[in-house]
Design a protein around this ligand. Structure first.
Ligand SMILES: [Cu+2]
Length: 176
């Protein structure tokens, strides 16, 4: 079998419907591109972009201190502490293979500064059913300014594949 190279004049400029579809795809790309800055300034569920460098061990220590100071209970099934941060104050959430800790108990209408980081590798914070998604990286304390507007139980799933227990990496935020 021989491989033949295409004839020298193989390229034909798009024409007719082909041109139309390329044009539509290009316009759609530009709309999507413009939406990125638009949502940054007008979206209601955006990150404020506030983040700080932190050693993973130091963050784990902060989470432990926060948990010890504000613990109100424990999940009977998982043993994960339930923590109620002071209204209007700082809350901490740690992602690690393969859990989210602690379970946070928040109050509707109060604004919290939620510090999120990872103890090991990259995880994804995905709050359901709100579908809010943020990257969780070791070495970065990512601060989200959060004001719960609805009460109920919200599930945190990890949306970055992080190993064999990834599917079981489920956390909880309770809003009362
Ligand atoms: Cu994960």
């Amino acid at each position: 079998m021989t491989i033949h190279s295409p004839p020298k004049d193989w390229f034909k400029w798009p024409h007719g419907h082909e041109r139309l579809w390329i044009g539509l795809a290009l316009v759609w790309c530009l709309i999507m591109f413009a939406m990125m800055p638009y949502w940054h300034f007008n979206g209601k569920q955006n990150s404020t972009g506030e983040s700080y460098a932190v050693e993973p061990d130091a963050f784990v220590e902060r989470v432990e201190q926060f948990t010890a100071a504000n613990k109100v209970g424990e999940d009977p099934a998982s043993g994960i502490p339930i923590v109620e941060p002071p209204p209007g104050g700082d809350a901490y959430l740690l992602g690690r293979m393969w859990s989210w800790t602690p379970t946070l108990k928040l109050r509707q209408g109060e604004t919290y500064r939620l510090h999120i980081s990872s103890a090991d590798l990259q995880h994804g914070f995905s709050l359901q059913p709100m579908n809010m998604n943020f990257q969780v990286l070791p070495g970065y304390d990512h601060v989200l300014t959060l004001t719960p507007t609805t009460t109920g139980e919200f599930t945190i799933v990890c949306n970055e594949f992080c190993g064999i227990g990834h599917h079981a990496m489920i956390g909880k935020i309770i809003v009362e």
